[in-house]
Design a protein around this ligand. Structure first.
Ligand code: NAD
Length: 353
């Protein structure tokens, strides 16, 4: 198993260091893992004048999976857009053709009070959003700002091909098969032709997955239902822009951004795994960050790329154990719990393993 490790900027190196400790345990226990590190984002710009240096991209291409920390920082904000750290991330997703973004939102009962919603609404929450990542209005052509009839107009194109919808629908159906066999497809088919096609293709794909119960929901209703009764959902599949918004909404249901992992997969389940949060420059270098989202991203890597559910579960169980033992980094700390640093949290997970 060859893993490219791209720590990135800000808290990236600190949180990735904790995931590396977990990988060390797995290696010690006999799993053949090869790790190589490379810079991305601001670190890529500093090292090679490019947020996605050529050497980093070739390493990522050769690897079976990529683990990424986070990118970005105020010192890079004044660079021209193509040189900014975030471009490194967008480019690597595109270059590796990572079209399916998996964002679980899971709430450990012990930290239900960290959510802004009532504990009885969110306790036990465990849902997965599958967001299409390389198409839709974010990439559609034509796009631009131009003058028409004496005033400026801005425009973008919402576009999906059948094959793009089909492949992400297949990913979502296979995940639903492994969970509770319920899939909700979110669109805006009452208004948008693009969504009308989305719905037709998803229904077509569903014929290959008769065990999965498929439902449809308009995106405005889905936004409301996620707050009203989030536990009605198990797996949600949706397009890029709807998924962007709904997955951020869902992440807040679980309270802390420091707990949530993500995966972005290609056609062959090769994946890029990263926490959903950014580089947190406000706490970088102070050993304060929560490394659990990164460690849980590693668990997803074993589940989805290496098809090793046992190792994934081992990592997830270790995280559950440290939460149950009362260890908390500052972002999830509540009175009565043991406050730990980023490093100490990593050590606690290793001990639990
Ligand atoms: P952010 O996610 O970095 O931080 C938001 C808040 O959450 C901050 O208060 C931060 O301290 C806290 N936080 C985030 N992760 C945490 C963790 N693991 N443990 C404890 N607290 C944590 O978002 P932002 O402040 O809007 O952006 C900061 C930089 O990160 C920007 O340059 C932005 O472009 C970049 N960014 C990168 C990614 C990515 O790499 N995928 C995603 C979002 C933002």
């Amino acid at each position: 198993m060859k893993i490219a490790v791209l720590p990135g900027d800000g808290i990236g190196p600190e949180i990735v260091a904790q995931a590396l400790k977990v990988l060390d345990v797995l290696k010690r226990d006999g799993i053949a893992i090869e790790i190589e590190q490379a810079p991305i984002g601001g670190a890529g710009y500093d090292a090679a004048g490019d947020p996605l240096p050529e050497a980093t991209l070739s390493l990522a291409r050769e690897a079976d999976a990529v683990l990424l920390g986070a990118v970005g920082g105020p010192q890079y904000d004044r660079l021209e857009r193509p040189l900014r750290p975030e471009q490194g991330l967008l480019r690597i997703r595109k270059a590796l053709n990572l079209f399916a973004n998996l964002r679980p939102a899971l709430l450990y009962p012990e930290i239900a009070t960290a959510s802004t919603l009532k504990p009885e609404v969110v306790a036990g929450l465990d849902l997965m959003i599958v967001r299409e990542l390389t198409g839709d209005v974010y990439f559609g052509q034509p796009r631009g700002i131009e003058v028409r009839n004496g005033e400026r107009v801005g425009y973008n194109t919402m576009i999906y091909s059948e094959s793009e919808i089909r492949r992400v629908a297949r990913v979502a159906f296979s995940i639903a098969l492994k969970r509770s066999k319920k899939l909700c497809s979110v669109d805006k088919a009452n208004v948008l032709e693009c969504s009308e096609l989305w719905r037709q293709v998803v229904i077509d794909v569903s014929k290959d997955y008769p065990e999965v119960e498929l439902s449809h929901m308009y995106v405005d209703n889905a936004a409301m239902q996620l707050i009203r009764n989030p536990r009605q959902f198990d797996v949600i599949v949706t397009g890029n822009i709807f998924g962007d918004i709904l997955s951020d909404e869902a992440s807040m249901l679980s309270g802390s951004i420091g707990m949530l992992p993500s995966a972005s997969l290609d056609e062959h389940n090769k994946g890029l795994y990263e926490p959903i949060h950014g580089s947190a420059p406000d706490i970088a270098g102070r050993d304060l960050a929560n490394p659990l989202a990164t460690i849980l991203s590693l668990a997803m890597m074993f589940k989805y790329t290496f098809d090793d559910a046992a190792t994934a579960e081992r990592i997830e169980n270790a995280v559950k154990t440290v939460i149950a033992q009362g260890y908390r980094t500052a972002d999830i700390w509540t009175p009565g719990c043991t406050r730990v640093s980023c490093n100490q949290m990593g050590d606690a997970v290793v001990a639990a393993m």
